[in-house]
Design a protein around this ligand. Structure first.
Ligand code: ARG
Length: 445
């Protein structure tokens, strides 16, 4: 007899009970198949299905609760069923093993998690697109090396994130496609001597195909690794976005303001409004990466087919899905309520002299060689810095002391709006391109 401590150690019901619905649906399809193939009688199949429906209903309504002394959800369901309908309950496990059963449940559970995560992602993309639309004319400094580089619109910047999130949606769809193959009927590892119909079950349970090799069917967890990979990339995107939000909402940048409902105050520093949500999303990214590493490591030394090590797949997968869903939900609210400060962004863009090249080009267009124009522009920038001015606020008389070529129209040429609007290449930051991107993003949803 197994020692109590060994039983506790071995048992997984405390975390796999959340797959009760998938487990029961799978068993119903299995019972129907056994009946249809004449492996059990039609009456027996009907009794099993009816009994399973009752277990499901009672679990959902809360009149039945999990018995934590059962080893796992599969044993629990079968035990309750047999208690309720008698010996016929013991026929359910014909031509099946917990090895193919658990592989089936996990695939079905994760499949519906992917659908939920995808719906949340679409919501977030929609909110990001709406913000991008709202601020498509707000000009900010675009950065490389976190140094002010070229003026861009805030809408353009936000749409970069929309593109990343669209790729995440696509990656999840791709992962779902390979996940959606049914392992049920692979049995313990070698298949079965009964004349079963695996495709009958697969079809009932919404699978597109069946696993073609019974050993692979019970030992494959690639779909979990792929999902964790896709979720890790998604979290990396949210984390980068979070990092920018933390920076932008700091007093040093003041580009955006997060709503009170998505920030926290400090108990002793009344001026503080902390971007905790963004920081936590950034922080939780580590958990999801950890879940990916844990599963890869669990699998790497396993001989075929099933090994108990594989029971360790679930907690990480569930944790990653829960974490991602929470992060996405919070993100939707945080972005929807975030406001930008276009005046501050614009000032930062001007203070970066990111239009100095355009000033030099102005002189070139008036006939000066580029090298000379570049030198003059450099001297003007230096004077601006000395006098705490920007190119746009330096008076024309001063410009004229550097070159008689300067005229009133120079201000039009170095205007940041002009600089942005000149970036007309496809995918660039001009308004027409931002509009085209918006249209593309929305069409994807
Ligand atoms: N609780 C087990 C798991 O999650 C179910 C499969 C058990 N199979 C076995 N041969 N012990 O992996």
């Amino acid at each position: 007899m197994t020692a109590q401590i060994a039983d506790d150690f071995n048992s997984s019901i405390r975390f796999d009970s959340r797959m009760y619905r998938q487990d029961i649906m799978g068993s119903m399809a299995h019972a129907a198949m056994l009946g249809a193939k004449g492996i059990i009688s039609n009456d027996e199949a009907a009794a099993l299905i009816d009994g399973l429906q009752g277990v499901l209903d009672d679990l959902e309504s809360g009149t039945l609760t999990f018995d934590m002394s059962c080893e796992d959800i599969h044993m629990f369901v079968e035990q309750v069923l047999t208690e309720r309908i008698g010996d016929v309950g013991k026929k359910l496990h014909t031509a099946r093993s917990r090895n193919d059963q658990v592989a089936l449940d996990v695939r079905m559970y994760l499949r519906s998690e992917i659908d939920e995560i995808t719906a949340l992602l679409k919501k977030l993309v929609g909110v990001v697109a709406d913000k991008a639309e709202e601020y498509k004319t707000a000009i900010m400094p675009g950065y490389t090396h976190l140094q002010r580089a070229q003026p861009i619109s805030f809408g353009h910047h936000l749409l970069a994130y929309a593109m990343m999130l669209l790729r995440d949606i696509d990656r999840l769809a791709d992962c779902r496609r390979r996940m959606n193959c049914s392992p049920i009927g692979c049995c313990a590892l070698a298949g079965t001597t009964y004349d079963t119909d695996r495709r009958f079950e697969a079809e009932r349970l919404g699978f597109d195909d069946i696993c073609r090799n019974s050993l692979d069917g019970v030992s494959d967890r690639d779909f979990g690794v792929e999902l964790l990979g896709a979720l890790s990339i998604l979290m990396m995107h949210l984390s980068r976005f979070s990092e920018e939000i933390v920076l932008w909402s700091s007093w040093e940048f003041r580009f955006v303001e997060l709503a009170d409902s998505y920030t926290t105050g400090s108990s002793i520093m009344p001026q503080k409004k902390n971007p905790d949500m963004a920081e936590l999303v950034r922080g939780k990214t580590g958990r999801v990466y950890g879940d990916l590493m844990a599963l890869l490591t669990t699998l790497k030394g396993l001989p075929l087919a099933y090994n108990k090590d594989m029971q360790e797949d679930k907690e990480g997968l569930f944790d990653a899905c829960d974490t991602v869903k929470m992060c996405l939900e919070v993100f939707v609210g945080m972005i929807a309520t975030m406001t930008a400060r276009p005046e501050v962004m614009k000032k930062a863009a001007q203070a970066g002299f990111i239009n100095a090249t355009d000033l030099a080009d102005y002189l070139v267009k008036k006939g000066l060689p580029f090298r000379s124009a570049y030198k003059i522009s450099g001297q003007i920038v230096a004077q601006c810095i000395r006098e705490n001015l920007v190119l746009e606020t330096m008076p024309l008389e001063v410009y004229k002391t550097y070159s008689p070529l300067f005229e009133e129209d120079l201000y039009q040429e170095i205007d940041l709006v002009t600089c942005v609007e000149k970036r007309i290449s496809e995918g660039g930051t001009c308004a027409a391109s931002v509009n085209a991107q918006l249209e593309y993003v929305r069409a994807q949803l």
